[in-house]
Design a protein around this ligand. Structure first.
Ligand SMILES: [Zn+2]
Length: 337
């Protein structure tokens, strides 16, 4: 099969690799669509994210959809021909975190496109049958791939305890911010304000149902007169994070989703006097069924985020498109094209 392989910073080569074979309880999926993510771009540009270092050739891509084409021994949940959305991380199922239901925190997690595990910018992937979720035919291949970033939004809204009537501030209108915004609305949030510095993305946010959008280059958040119950921080910008935390009302919840600097200033007196809860999020656990249901019911729009398609030979183009085009929201790789 063909695979787009990262060989160090800024260097991806198209290569022939053996097609993987599914082991016990595994399925082989012919990949249809793979979303590109900021973390793919970061590995491509910097060769590392925190402690995860690319020190040998690596296939990026962790947002795949496709079709089951071979089932391994003991597979009971799938048949050949089933369209699926692939949850890209398989934990060990046995450690303390897994046993507590927090498998996203499993220290032995094997996660696509994260060193040393190869990802999905290739024609076929193998995964455990429990992590390939059937999708209805009403969901496109792209939408089935974007169940992964939607899951980030579902997990964040669960951590933030978003419920009917919750006022939500989303900072950053990139793909994850737009999905957090849509998920918050689907969870019953009534006032959802989303901020960015990119007017194109704020326009997309309005099209997707934002209650209010704010270009923080023109109007500082502190002038917006908005006191949210929940902050879903998707910008990763240290300055924006501090300002957004200061906007959160009493007993509010702050969920940090965007990857920012390793250390950022936090207005601690505000956190203390208002009894804010501040938490990080790391990926997700148990979100695929809800995310698929929200997308299938039309409560969340996924295809609307896709602004470009790329073949396997053009993965570098897909990963660098954002830097060239401010109108880009989500680039999708189609390995069969
Ligand atoms: Zn575990």
């Amino acid at each position: 099969m063909r695979a787009a392989v990262l060989h160090g910073v800024g260097k991806i080569q198209l290569e022939e690799r053996p097609r993987p074979e599914p082991g016990p309880r595994e399925v082989l999926v012919r990949v249809a669509s793979v979303g590109t993510c900021g973390s793919d771009v970061h590995y491509y540009e910097h060769g590392r994210i925190g402690d995860f270092v690319v020190d040998s050739p690596l296939v990026l891509g962790h947002e795949p959809s496709g079709t089951v084409v071979v089932t391994g021994p003991g597979v009971s949940r799938h048949r050949v021909g089933q369209r699926v959305s692939v949850e890209p991380g398989v934990p060990d199922f046995t450690c303390r975190q897994c046993r507590a239901g927090r498998y996203n925190l499993c220290p032995r997690m094997r996660f696509f496109g994260t060193p040393p595990i190869d990802g999905a910018f290739c024609e076929y992937v193998v995964t455990h049958e429990e992590f390939a979720y059937p999708v209805p035919d009403t969901l496109s291949d792209d939408a089935a791939a974007l169940i992964e970033p939607l899951s980030v939004g579902v997990w964040a809204c669960r951590k933030a305890r978003v419920e009917p009537g919750t006022r939500v501030l989303v900072t950053g209108a990139g793909p994850v911010g737009l999905l957090c915004m849509q998920t918050a609305l689907a969870f019953g949030a009534t006032d959802v304000l989303i901020t960015d510095v990119n007017p194109v993305r704020l326009g997309v946010a309005r099209d997707l149902g934002a209650s209010e959008t704010l270009d923080v280059r023109e109007t500082p958040l502190s002038d917006a007169g908005f006191e949210p119950d929940v902050l879903l921080e998707c910008s990763g910008h240290p300055a924006a994070i501090g300002e957004a935390v200061r906007a959160v009302g009493r007993a509010g919840r702050v969920v940090l989703i965007g990857m920012g600097g390793d250390e950022i200033p936090l207005p601690l007196s505000h956190v203390q006097t208002r009894e804010l809860e501040v938490t990080g999020t790391f990926r997700y656990a148990g979100t695929w069924p809800a995310a698929i249901a929200l997308a299938a019911a039309g409560r969340v729009q996924l295809d609307a985020l896709v602004t470009g398609h790329y073949g396997l030979a053009d993965v570098e183009q897909a990963l660098t498109a954002g830097a060239r085009d401010p109108k880009l929201v989500k680039a999708v790789v189609r390995p069969q094209e």
